[in-house]
Ligand binder design. Sequence first.
Ligand code: TYM
Length: 334
Amino acid sequence: MSKKKLAFSGVQPTGNLHLGNYLGALKNFVSLQQEMESIYCVVDLHAITIFQNPKILKNNTLETTSCFLAMGLDPKKSIIFNQSSVSGHAELAWILNCVSRIGWLNRMTQFKDKVGSNKEKASVGLYIYPNLMAADILLYKATHVPVGADQKQHLELSRDIAQKFNKDFNCENFFPLPEPLISKNISRVMSLRDGLKKMSKSEESDYSRINLKDSEDEITKKIKKAKSDSASIPDNLKSLNGKPEALNLLTLYSELSNQTLEKVLAEMSGKEYSFLKKNLTELLIEQICPVGKEINKLMDDKSYLSSILREGSKKAQLIAEDNLKNIREKVGLI
Ligand code: TYM
């Protein structure tokens, strides 16, 4: 079996990429492309598991691509493409639908959270969404998958599916078991309005998140309005128990300033949260605004973005087709 390391990850083109996507996943994509072969995918087939306006979807696919580039992904180092342009994703997803178990999918908390009490009206695609994720990863025999903590359960399912396929078709080690790469310091960026909820593009209030395209003014206002704590900043982590919003702001500052949380507490203890907010705002403006400006600039040249996807698709297609030949053979498809 090849021991070659290969990173794969995906981002849905559903608009408004935010600080959670950036710190939880995209930042890792960029550093990984220096270490191993990397494939990053705009997962448009995942996006349509919830209805998308076709015109907006096209635009969002290009915008997510521009975001990859603005963050520092280099098309010479990483393969960047959109999922629907390589039909092998859908083909392998079907095969894996037949390997994956209903009982496994029934345990997926993200599906339950998304549909709430409206399960009967959810699309079948949304239910089997994690099988398509497994197909994305296994189609390239990826070994490493950089994601935020919210994707951990889906990654575990991908491993279970890989293992069952290897066992059912008597081909030990055929699919490597993909390893999730989840940032230790900041695996889950929380909402600025409710520290118990993750920062998300589907949250109604725009004040709950920092979008990568936010202006300096918007970032300043959002951080000013963010929930914190009326007490001053403590000198130890334990005192932050039960104060998720304060902990979130401190963790964000620690990540963006490249310091441990302990060091941040030592530096800021006794100060008001307004002091932290001022410093955090400065860092966000320094690190996020240039990304936003670059996204806007890239979006002015959509034909360039389309050409990046086309080139990436060609490269992805070659790897996918090669692997699919072997997969079809294992399953007995002529
Ligand atoms: P998506 O598009 O929801 O999010 C993209 C990436 O951002 C991470 N993320 C966060 N990390 C920390 N804090 C947050 N608040 C936060 N919000 C989002 C996500 O964990 C993700 O890594 N199902 C995936 C896309 C996907 C995929 C794949 C990922 C499809 N196929 C194969 C890996 C491998 C998703 O919906 O991500």
